[in-house]
Design a protein around this ligand. Structure first.
Ligand code: KIV
Ligand code: NA
Length: 264
């Protein structure tokens, strides 16, 4: 099978076939997820939290994310790789947005980009779409606007739900190839998905979206502590890695590693 293209995602929507996206920031996860049949990989600005150790996505820079995008595109053959535009690198103007997106395409080898926002981002989306850069618009809860939105809160309740449907349609008209919908009532996720012809990718947006995304460290149980309601852990990698490291330390301290079979 060949490269995943945005037209394939469009065809899956038309056929009612659901698909998945996972974040990836390095070679091993990229190759494993591609082999596991995840068609779309997102080099999320969530690398801020999950790679660089910041406590929000705001501080991460283009220069920090670019090498991660390069690692993922270098390691995959078929996956569609989307680069997340970090806070402060595209909101200023459509030209700034184009410049940043072009760096992710040229230097990072990305196949598409994602940006967050509302109607004020329509000019940005138009600029990218008309310049040959596929763009996914991220609506609902948008983590880069955490301080404006008053923290991690479900968006699109009551009347706001209808406004989100209108926003989704506006992004479709502006040329977005897909929508990411974060933390909205399931009924709103489903209503948006029905209202637009482009694919929707949900996270905390219910079962009615065309696709689902999770941060891989959440999906694999690497992250500890209290988790958002929308996370399902499909493994317990934190315990697995902890045990491997502890076993290594215990064997070295106990004098049993390296054994003869590991020695020259
Ligand atoms: O950066 C990220 O991981 C995201 C999530 C919504 C998947 O944007
Ligand atoms: Na993001």
């Amino acid at each position: 099978t060949g490269k995943v293209r945005i037209r394939h995602l469009q065809e899956m929507k038309e056929r009612g076939k659901k698909w998945t996206m996972l974040t990836s920031y390095d070679m091993y996860t990229a190759t494993i997820f591609e082999e596991a049949g995840i068609p779309v990989l997102l080099v999320g600005d969530s690398a801020a939290n999950n790679v660089f150790g910041y406590d929000s996505s705001l501080p991460v820079t283009v220069d920090e994310l670019l090498p991660l995008v390069r690692a993922v595109t270098r390691s995959t053959k078929r996956s569609l790789v989307i680069a997340d535009l970090p806070f402060g690198s595209y909101q200023g103007s459509p030209e700034e947005c184009f410049h940043t997106a072009a760096r992710f395409m040229k230097e990072g080898g990305a196949h598409a980009v994602k940006l967050e926002g509302g109607r004020e981002m329509l000019p940005q989306v138009k600029k990218l779409a008309s310049s040959g850069i596929p763009v996914m618009a991220h609506i609902g809860f948008t983590p880069q606007a955490e301080h404006q939105l008053g923290g991690y809160r479900v968006q699109g309740k009551e009347d706001e739900g209808r406004q989100l449907v209108e926003l989704a349609k506006a992004f479709e008209t502006a040329g977005a190839f897909a929508l990411l919908i974060e933390m909205v009532p399931a009924a709103v996720g489903a209503a948006i998905t029905k209202a637009v012809n482009i694919p929707t990718v949900g996270i905390g947006a219910g079962n009615g979206c065309d696709a689902q995304v999770l941060v891989w460290q959440d999906m694999a149980g690497l992250r500890q502590g209290s988790l958002p309601r929308f996370v399902k852990q499909y493994a317990n990698m934190n315990a697995l890695l902890h045990k491997a490291a502890a076993d290594f330390a215990a064997e070295v301290e106990g004098g049993t590693f390296p054994g003869n079979e590991h020695s020259f």
